[in-house]
Write a protein that binds this ligand. Structure first.
Ligand code: SAM
Length: 213
């Protein structure tokens, strides 16, 4: 039987899933700082002070990242935005099921409906590289963050020691849909300091920074 694959990504995915797993297992990538440690360091000052913090998660989707990465341990007021009404429904459902009230708002990352300097922490998981206008989205992210507040965003980036197979997989499958395929440090506004980019997995970075006081 002949199966027609319309999106070539699925063809590459089908062919490369096992070889790429073997390649990554042999490569034995070890991050300088793990995904969990980056989050622990990022949140430490807020956890220690236990002051009420206002958090904003941009392009929150189902709310999965907001829920899983330590933010629920904060004494916080949670706001989340997404461009898709369907994802907002999913996000509200997850957070209310977990008894973690969050205010989900339908909004575009490039035109956020918030006053400047509103949030202590602003995050964005898995969306920056796919935005058609990442520069404006990052500027908006920083605009709505309070002076002295922090931002964190995560997306795809290939690790430096990748081999030809991993490079091919990254381009054809992992980061296939993206306009940007690495941390867009050059697009970050000047109001930021302490900018750090952590390669936490072979194909994933986390960028953290603070808005100058
Ligand atoms: C890969 S999902 C990530 C969802 C979530 N952050 C997570 O980690 O599970 C990307 C999300 O970005 C949203 N999105 C895409 N463009 C957007 C924009 N311009 N403004 C707000 N959300 C956007 C999509 O609707 C989708 O929910």
């Amino acid at each position: 039987m002949f199966i027609q694959i319309k999106d070539p990504r699925y063809g590459y995915l089908f062919l490369l899933t096992i070889p790429i797993k073997i390649s990554l297992a042999i490569g034995n990538f070890k991050p300088k700082k793990t995904h969990a440690a980056v989050h622990q360091d990022f949140l430490r000052e807020y956890l220690e002070s236990n002051q009420k913090v206002k958090t904003l998660d941009i392009a929150s989707g189902s709310g999965n990242s907001l829920f899983r990465h330590g933010y629920m341990n904060l004494n916080a007021e949670y706001t989340a935005v997404d461009l898709s009404a369907g994802m907002i429904v999913q996000g509200r459902r997850l957070m209310s099921k977990q008894k973690a009230p969050a205010n989900f708002i339908l909004a575009d990352a490039t035109n956020l409906p918030f006053k400047s300097n509103s949030f202590d922490i602003t995050t964005n998981y898995g969306a920056v590289n796919g935005f058609t206008d990442p520069k404006t989205a990052l500027a908006e992210m920083v605009r709505v963050t309070k002076k002295g507040g922090k931002i964190l965003f995560l997306d795809e980036q290939e690790y430096k020691a990748s081999n030809w197979l991993e490079h091919f997989y990254f381009k054809k499958v992992f980061a296939y849909h993206n306009t940007t395929i690495g941390c867009p440090v050059d697009l970050l506004p000047d109001e930021l300091e302490d900018i750090e980019v952590h390669q936490v997995y072979e194909f994933v970075y986390i960028c953290t920074a603070r808005k100058k006081a």
